[in-house]
Design a binder for this molecule. Structure first.
Ligand code: FAD
Length: 397
């Protein structure tokens, strides 16, 4: 492994740090971004922050320069994630759009499509969602059955999606649909899938938010009843949807590079909060042991990510490090969240809104919210199956 940064990388880091120093404090001082509750308030802040990033040319660094990006290298993407985590920068408004859908449009879109959508994504003008999962197609995504049948220069959509994040505030969505009705019955379920960009305000689309475990309304069911989507909104050719969707997974991987850093910051912050609100917990041998274990695990995860990165830089497959890192991320996020409430004692369980809630109720919310990491970005059991099968090569029954 060689992690020496080139002069170019160091210059990139310095430029980003200087920009963050100049912009972040000023941005935080603005305070009110509109949006009155939960998701909407968070999204208003994210929208303002992404616009600020775009003004500085920092919203989508991996995009081509002609569309407002910097054509950043993999190492620069990692530096970007690290610096954002260290600076505790807010999240962005169109994370799906910048990391996944935008790159898909850049790779597969026509000039007309790029012109229509890319500026709106990078500048956070309108929100985008990504509609893959269905009630019978989650881990087994290729089982998706939302039908899109061609009628002249339109597709007619019927079916249901579920758990689609922020569909209720999205203007556009990238959906995977089935254009070959016989593919599943004929045992070709990865074929006959097409990627369509859908105007979420079109007739025949019913979006119903589902309250999540924190009582926010973050994800939704989406029902299509004879909804019409112009053929010119298709991304790639008919039947190429699987390829279109899977080709950008690498972007998601790079986006996770800062996670061990942000979790380490969380650990420092929760110890700091404990010193203030429940100091005697820090004398408890069991809790001290748990802190030490997590610290060690975080360091291990950082090195695991470094090993994956080293493989990427050498053009090798990131197998099995990426699958292991997903399991580590899930395990550590939940273990950290549990440790926080145990360290803080009763005060750690007070939810936001109350005067005594520690850090605005962040730790109490995190305790329940982090459960999602067992299923988001690849369910734990499925990741374990893959590792058992392909890395350890356990015998099948
Ligand atoms: C916070 C959040 C946001 C999301 N946002 C989006 C979004 O924006 N767009 C979108 O398209 N989807 C989204 N999803 C959906 C997510 O992609 C799915 O939840 C995920 O793919 C799992 O599918 P599922 O929910 O159908 O669970 P299932 O696949 O039915 O899994 C249920 C359980 O069965 C286990 N299991 C499944 N298959 C196997 C197997 N072969 N062997 C052993 N165990 C197995 C799983 O590990 C899991 O524990 C989101 C989910 C969450 C939690």
């Amino acid at each position: 492994m060689d992690f020496a940064y080139t002069q170019e990388d160091e210059a990139f880091r310095a430029e980003l740090r200087a920009w963050l120093d100049e912009n972040l404090a000023d941005f935080r001082e603005q305070g009110d971004f509109g949006g009155h509750h939960g998701t909407m308030r968070t999204m208003a802040k994210r929208q303002a922050w992404q616009r600020r990033l775009n003004e500085g040319g920092w919203a989508a660094i991996n995009w081509p320069k002609e569309w407002g990006g910097r054509e950043a290298t993999i190492m620069q993407n990692v530096i970007y994630s690290e610096e954002m985590a260290k600076a505790k920068a807010p999240g962005i408004y169109n994370a799906n759009g910048v990391w996944q859908i935008g790159p898909m449009i850049i790779k597969w879109g026509t000039d007309e499509q790029k012109d229509l959508w890319l500026r709106g994504i990078i500048n956070a003008d309108v929100h985008w969602c990504q509609g893959f999962t269905e009630p019978e197609a989650g881990s087994d995504l290729a089982n998706l059955r939302t039908m899109a049948l061609r009628d002249g220069d339109e597709y007619v959509l019927n079916g249901q999606k579920i758990w689609i994040s922020t569909a209720h505030i999205a203007k556009w969505g990238l959906f995977l649909v089935r254009t070959d009705p016989d593919a599943i019955a004929e045992g070709r379920k990865h074929e006959g899938i097409t990627a369509l960009i859908v105007d979420m305000e079109a007739p025949g689309i019913d979006v119903r938010p589902i309250p999540d475990i924190t009582r926010d309304e973050m994800f939704c069911e989406v029902f299509f009843t004879d909804a019409r989507v112009p053929v010119k909104y298709r991304l790639g050719e008919e039947g190429q949807g699987w390829l279109v969707a899977m080709g950008t997974l690498g972007h998601e991987r790079v986006g996770t590079a800062g996670l061990s850093i942000s979790m380490r910051i969380d650990l420092d912050n929760m110890i700091e909060a404990t010193r203030k609100h429940n100091p005697e917990a820090l004398d408890d041998p069991d809790l001290r042991d748990r802190i030490a274990r997590i610290y060690t695990q975080l360091e291990f995860t950082r090195l695991l990510n470094a090993r994956a990165l080293s493989k990427v830089l050498k053009g090798e497959k990131t197998w099995p490090e990426v699958q292991l890192a997903k399991l580590q991320w899930s395990y550590l996020s939940q273990t950290l969240a549990e440790l926080a409430v145990d360290l803080l004692g009763p005060a750690g369980l007070l939810g936001r809104g109350g005067p005594d809630a520690v850090d605005g109720g962040t730790w109490a919310r995190n305790y329940v919210f982090q459960r999602f990491t067992s299923i988001g970005a690849g369910a734990t059991e499925v990741q374990k199956n893959i590792i058992a099968d392909r890395a350890i090569q356990l015998p099948r029954k």
